[in-house]
Design a protein around this ligand. Structure first.
Ligand code: DX5
Ligand code: ZN
Length: 225
């Protein structure tokens, strides 16, 4: 993989220490995180509730990295503007949460944000084919959305291979992200499947190592292949 298409690492903060969020964010940034993946859950689309736009504002102030917001919410159309205003560069809504994905993509673009759609494990790649030219990113969930620290379902990487082949065949700039269960031991497999961006939550924020140690370990695993 050349440096131009180096796999990007996007820490998710679900398992971070929320009492030391800014400090942990700075440590992960200094250690080479490429962007933030902030997971918003609303208690409807998924059972848990995480945080709202104010946490995105904290990251916007504390970090110079780009921010993508993963909206695990029902009625995502109501949440695009608040997160755009909070400083997100990219808004990712769930395909399963809307019957009007094109309208949401257009609304996202009108807010000046990059457009992303996430697909849960049961959603086939075919659902996205007609939309691939009209978004910047597809996020392939490798776990059921809802909480951090779950094991990856590696069979779902077939969707990444399939999407990457479709994107490349059409000559599209669309990026493919994987989310869920990414660890040092499976990161190279994600890269080989065609992933551009890997979300890493508990692999970065865990009790066993600092965010800096964790990101160094992820980069070393990638370099080994
Ligand atoms: C889950 C979220 C995540 C995820 C990442 O619904 O979308 O981004 O929890 O955490 P790990 O890497 O621990 O699976
Ligand atoms: Zn996520």
């Amino acid at each position: 993989m050349s440096s131009a298409d180096r796999l990007l690492i996007a820490p998710s903060i679900l398992t971070a220490d929320f009492g030391r969020l800014e400090e942990q964010a700075r440590a992960a940034e200094a250690a080479g995180a490429d962007l933030w993946h902030l997971d918003v859950m609303d208690g409807h689309f998924v059972p848990a509730i995480t945080f709202g736009a104010s946490v995105v504002e904290v990251f916007r102030r504390a970090s110079s990295l780009p921010i993508e917001v993963h909206l695990m919410v029902a009625n995502p159309e109501a949440q695009l503007a608040p997160f755009a205003e909070a400083g997100a560069e990219r808004l990712i809504f769930h395909y399963e949460a809307t019957s009007t994905p094109r309208a949401l993509l257009e609304a996202t673009r009108a807010l000046g944000c990059q457009r992303g759609i996430a697909i849960s494990p049961d959603t086939p790649v075919d659902a996205l084919t007609p939309l691939l030219a009209d978004l910047e990113q597809v996020t392939v969930m490798l776990i059921q959305p809802g909480k951090g620290g779950q094991p990856m379902m590696p069979a779902l990487l077939e969707k990444v291979r399939d999407l990457r082949a479709r994107v490349d065949a059409a000559g599209l700039p669309t990026r493919i992200e994987v989310d869920g269960g990414v660890k040092a031991h499976n990161l190279a497999t994600c890269a080989a499947a065609g992933t551009h961006i890997a979300v890493a939550g508990s692999a970065v924020f865990n009790p066993a190592q600092s965010p800096a140690e964790a990101i160094t370990e992820l980069r070393a695993a990638l370099a080994r292949g």
